[in-house]
Design a protein around this ligand. Sequence first.
Ligand code: EAX
Length: 326
Amino acid sequence: TLTRHALVAAISGIATVGIALQAHAATEVNLGHTLSDSSHYSVGADAFKETLERLSDGEFTVTEHTSGSLGGEREMIEGLQIGTVDVVITSTGPLGNFVPETYVLDLPFLFENYDQARCVLDSELGDELLEKMGDHDLVGLAWTENGFRHLTNSQREIATPADAEGLRVRTMENEVHQEAFRQMGARPTPMAFPELFTALQQGTVDGQENPITVIVATNFWEVQDYLSLTGHVYSPAIVLGSPILLDGLSDEERGWFREAAVASAEATREEVSRLEREGVALLEENGMTVKTDIDVAPFQEAVQPAYEIFTSEYGTEMLERIQDKA
Ligand code: EAX
């Protein structure tokens, strides 16, 4: 009877587990980014969610955490490494702190236009860099996009590097960017994005730099009067996954994540392109003074030492390969 009893218990146990598994079959995937619900990252997050849920037939559900509710970009990347966050859409801003090979992408005036930048990121070189994430407890799913960065500030119109002299400019937590602004004569202050709006509002910093996409999505006109279209650096973004989640999945499941990330990048790039066409007018309507005809040559010259500092530390191979393609 003991055996029979054990058998019955085991069978009912299995049945219970079976029901429990069915009821909780979907794995919740937490996706984070720093921008608002109306941003190009949210367009990309929606595409990721739609694609992953469709391909996996509901095996995975995606919950989007926007506006830095899971932390700044550096914090979220750390979250991926320890498994508290599953997927992140982030600029490469803080990524060099984890994967130094990506610093090359953050060099000022490296790319001339969107086609060039997208073409390089979609090439073998882009794939190589995605694979590099694996050496640093991250999974590179796809390159996506933030956009060409421009300078805004609350003090004055800026047309030359001399105009930026002494300006306290928030930069991302990125050595290459900090160096470039130092060379320009500004006073770079690295800071996580979720702290930026308040810092501008309270005057802790005078200015910041971000693509049209981000300036629009964050209502920066409320705290910044001047925008100069310096386009001083292309800001790539990346869809990253946590190895803690992804390493435990089958090849097929991981494939769904990659497809979802590629769909996310396509949707985001389209939205970036739309905002490049329509965003400046929108910012002007909201009261920003926009300096459009900037002579970039003096800016380019001013930031040149950033290249020397970069190459002395990380070599010239990657840089030359990009310059050959561009
Ligand atoms: O990725 O920190 C920044 O300025 C970024 O451009 C923003 O978080 C979007």
